[in-house]
Design a protein around this ligand. Structure first.
Ligand code: ADP
Length: 273
């Protein structure tokens, strides 16, 4: 059994405007899981992520990280271990050059100069952006900025990484790059939670989908369980993934070997009759 890394119990969060963004959220995340977080705009996904990495603090309930309840004193520990890649890189990036940007997190961890330098080198290399090290991040393309914002988190060596709609506004090449990075992070045992509206991406990438609706978790299951649940799809305004629909149509006409639902085109090809 995989170890539990985050436990959220009865989490509630209300903005100062009086909006109840999260109502009694309960969820357990295990080490190495690949979770897609779905739901309409305003469902509470970002607020949930901001609570998970300690930017916001719950109004009620608790968050445990590796069994330890997160109070004010433990917030830095949570922020160090749970990295957050913002949807809009411009709201994450603060430094005037790429190298400075990526060193910002490790410097805040009060690591030695040598360790900071090492982590920055590794992160730049990991994201293939070493050549941009002296460039101002704000003049990079959308895909390049996304690489920088992920390098920020890599340099922190966070165990859990939260991505807020990472594929939004990326061109196809950058979206492919992102999926490669996600695969690499997963292979290294990182725990990944990604909020997304992209049902096709969620279907092929996630092993678990958590659906938010009006501040509540209305479903939590495998992609197949979620996309077979008409009520949940309707409530959260989710469409079925193309691969799922194509497979069902082919299966109905007896054109594929039935049994396991393919997630990728290559898998579909192998079961075509
Ligand atoms: P999602 O990420 O699923 O789109 P959010 O977590 O951003 O949802 O929003 C949940 C609810 O909280 C929405 O009703 C939204 O309008 C409200 N909200 C989000 N951010 C703020 C804020 N900074 N101040 C007040 N209300 C907010």
């Amino acid at each position: 059994m995989k170890e539990e890394i985050i436990e959220v119990k009865n989490l509630t969060y209300e903005y100062q405007t009086g909006t109840h963004a999260l109502n009694h959220i309960n969820i357990t995340v295990k080490r190495g899981e690949k979770i897609a977080v779905m739901g309409s705009n305003g469902a509470g996904k970002s607020t949930f992520f901001l609570n998970l990495n300690g930017v916001l603090q719950p109004d009620g309930g608790e968050i445990r990280y590796r069994g330890k309840v997160i109070g004010k004193k433990e917030l830095n520990e949570l922020r160090k271990n749970v990295g957050f890649v913002f949807q809009d890189a411009d709201s994450q990036i603060i430094a005037s050059d790429v190298q400075g940007e990526v060193s910002f997190g490790p410097m805040n961890l009060k690591l030695s100069k040598e360790e900071v330098r090492k982590r920055v080198e590794e992160a730049l290399e990991y994201m293939n952006i070493t050549e941009y090290r002296n460039r101002p991040p704000h003049y990079l393309s959308g895909g390049e900025k996304k690489r920088v914002s992920i390098a920020d988190i890599i340099a922190m060596k966070s165990e859990v990484v939260l991505f807020d709609e990472p594929t939004a506004a990326l061109d196809p090449l950058s979206a492919d790059m992102l999926e490669e990075v996600l695969a690499k992070l997963s292979a290294e045992g990182k725990t990944l939670l990604i909020s997304t509206h992209d049902v096709d991406f969620a279907y092929r990438w996630a092993e678990r989908i958590v659906v938010f609706c009006q501040g509540n978790i209305i479903a939590d299951g495998t992609p197949l369980e979620i996309f077979q649940n008409e009520k949940v799809l309707e409530q959260a305004h989710l469409k079925k993934p193309a691969m799922y629909t194509v497979y069902e149509a082919l299966a109905e006409r007896g054109l594929v070997e039935t049994g396991s639902y393919p997630r990728l085109p290559e898998e579909l090809k192998t079961i075509l009759k």
